[in-house]
Write a protein that binds this ligand. Structure first.
Ligand SMILES: NC(=O)c1ccc[n+]([C@@H]2O[C@H](COP(=O)([O-])OP(=O)(O)OC[C@H]3O[C@@H](n4cnc5c(N)ncnc54)[C@H](OP(=O)(O)O)[C@@H]3O)[C@@H](O)[C@H]2O)c1
Length: 270
């Protein structure tokens, strides 16, 4: 199987490239301003905001499957339009599409979100991820859309944020809950879905919900850092437009996939 990993230079994209090569797949990965340092991957530069360039690259590579990961937190053209461009190009090439979405498109509530719950975005990033899903589903109803949560592992921004908060350089919310997932587990799940015909939305996150502040404490324990310095705050007190309690129910993925999605307490066990 030939896989095109769009955003192959990102945290998740790099892991998908690495696991794909390990599994003996032919892997082409794209980068924009970064680089892909994964042996065995054919690297190509691509700007997903350039619709013609996306179509040309996909037509040239002729992948069996396309994995779409790109986003920029504050850039609609990349996160929403770019996802649509990739979906159009994949559909034209007859390639299987796995689009990576986010829990950030939910508003937050005390009960977990099911796979098919519609988006209720409260900020521009969530709205862009929701728009991307709508475009992808309209263009290719057979595509798999993976909603995931905080991605942990080597190079994770989430772990770095915890380290910064432990050093007093940032603050972690005590009232923001997520279901972190390991980057390698997620990459394996994405590749499994690329080889399947699963259509539509799927929550792919870990089984344990934690607050960001508790994630900071787990990181302190795991890496032997002093938890006394942990700076915390609340999203509510700051009045931020952020989804607070967003727990993804990944029961369907756990039953469907061979890949075991490990919880954060297992991942960060000392
Ligand atoms: N990280 C998390 O905790 C988290 C949580 C929930 C959902 N997600 C979702 O998971 C996916 C992957 O996240 P990640 O953390 O792996 O992201 P990341 O490390 O920030 O990587 C983003 C990727 O997008 C690429 N990109 C940015 N602008 C581009 C453009 N104009 N054209 C083409 N590519 C462009 C980047 O390329 P360059 O670096 O080469 O510029 C990079 O490969 C995203 O869709 C995100 O919404 C992530």
């Amino acid at each position: 199987m030939r896989v095109l990993v769009v955003g192959g230079s990102g945290l998740l994209g790099r892991a998908v490239c690495r696991r794909g090569v390990d599994a003996g797949l032919s892997v082409v990965g794209t980068f924009h301003s970064g680089e892909i340092s994964v042996p065995g991957v054919a690297a190509r530069r691509l700007d997903v905001t350039d619709r013609a360039a996306v179509r040309a690259l996909v037509a040239e590579v002729r992948p069996d499957a396309v994995v779409a990961t790109p986003y920029r937190y504050d850039d609609w053209a990349v996160t929403a339009d770019g996802a649509a461009h990739v979906a159009v190009a994949a559909a034209e090439a007859g390639a299987r599409l796995v689009h990576v979405s986010s829990d950030a498109l939910h508003a937050g509530r005390p009960t977990p979100y099911a796979d098919d719950d519609p988006p209720t975005p409260v900020h521009a990033y969530g709205a862009a991820k929701a728009a991307a899903e709508t475009a992808v589903r309209a263009i290719d109803p057979g595509a798999a859309l993976v909603r995931t949560s905080l991605i942990l592992g080597e190079g994770s921004k989430q772990i770095q944020l915890c380290r910064d908060a432990l050093a007093g350089r940032a603050a972690l919310f005590t009232d923001e809950f997520r279901c972190p997932v390991d980057v390698t587990d997620l990459a394996d799940a994405v590749l499994e879905l690329a080889a399947s015909s699963y259509p539509g939305l799927l929550n792919v996150a870990g089984p344990d919900a934690v607050s960001r502040a508790d994630l900071g404490l787990l990181v302190a324990e795991r890496f032997g850092l002093d938890a006394a310095g942990l700076k915390t705050t609340t999203g509510a007190a700051l009045g931020l437009a952020r989804p607070l309690d967003v727990r993804l129910d990944s029961t369907r993925a756990a039953g469907l996939l061979r890949t075991r999605l490990r919880g954060v307490r297992e991942l960060l066990a000392p």
